[in-house]
Design a protein around this ligand. Sequence first.
Ligand SMILES: C[S@@+](CC[C@H](N)C(=O)[O-])C[C@H]1O[C@@H](n2cnc3c(N)ncnc32)[C@H](O)[C@@H]1O
Length: 375
Amino acid sequence: MSFPPGAIRDAIIEYLTVVASGATTEEIMGAVRVRLGEVPSSSIRSYLNLNTPTRFERLCRGRYCLREHVGEYKGEFVDRPIFPSETLGGARAFNADCFEWLAVQAERSIHAIVTDPPYGLVEYTEKETIKLRNGKGGIWRIPPAFDGHQRAPLPRFTVLDEADKVRLYKFFMKFGVLAKRILVPGGNVVIASNPLLSHIVSSAMVEAGFELRGYLARQVMTMRGGDRPKNAHEEFSDVSVMPRSQWEPWVVLRAPLEGRVQDNLRKWRTGGFRRISADRPFGDLIRSHPTPSSEKKIAPHPSLKPQSFMRHLVRAVLPLGDGIIVDPFMGAGSTLAAANAVGYRSIGVELDEIFFDMAKSAIPLLANLKVRNDD
Ligand SMILES: C[S@@+](CC[C@H](N)C(=O)[O-])C[C@H]1O[C@@H](n2cnc3c(N)ncnc32)[C@H](O)[C@@H]1O
């Protein structure tokens, strides 16, 4: 594999610019590979050796920093974690806390984010996932069987109180600040949401520095809403507390452009959406369906998104079909599988080891599925 002139140099320098305390050779190699794919260790080592001490300082055995950062770090050299990872075609999956992962990635190294975060903030905690796996108690409700089909567990968004909403806002602010640093100008961010919470996501992300570019409507009948008042459903048999949800909002944001759209497209390869065809732009109303059982069998994750929708979305977020997509809350890897299916490079991060293992086996299978396209 050959790289554009200066690509390895730029990747090393950008990474070391962010980590002022320096980094181990292993970490530098990891960061360069996140950005460029499989780069031989020998190329990275020889670049470091040749440019030390002119450009880099060797702080101790196997640890380097940029020359201008020498003396900046006063504490002990604590190694940052090397996150376990797996390469699956053009995708790389990490088993890590995405907040820690995002914090150590090189600035302006990613071209788009497509993700479906844990909204309740509690439903994917260790305590709650144990309850989910035991099939008993916790925040997970098991909806009643419907049309003869047993439904999978769902998180209960409506149980969020005001304090939870403040926590959610802070969660997206923190996420937004970290995400903005690693995205190139004009990079798209598309976040799965729901009608009760999308305003919190968009306002926090705007405060973190993103531009709100609207919403995508994934047209799908969910099991949410449309219920009669609790404990009074006979008395108010003609009333629904809220509309039965027939769409799922995905918040669309963009990292601020550098110059005009055309300048940004030339320099960073981002700043718009890829058209479906010459006479058909990507639209914001996307017909979809619940995740098919064939996909859930491959990846039994409670929030698995369907491949047909994910491929349609993932293809569109890189306007020139070029760059790296990140899903920081990867789950069972539906975004990475979609990226593999459309021929893009991608990275996913998943905190839970069981879901990470599920993603490792599911991504190649989901990516190879032939799926029906609703749109
Ligand atoms: C709503 S699910 C995403 C499911 C995904 N859309 C799919 O199709 O498989 C959110 C995922 O984020 C993971 N998660 C929660 N907190 C995380 C964190 N701090 N870093 C990385 N992953 C996290 C959860 O374990 C869960 O699998």
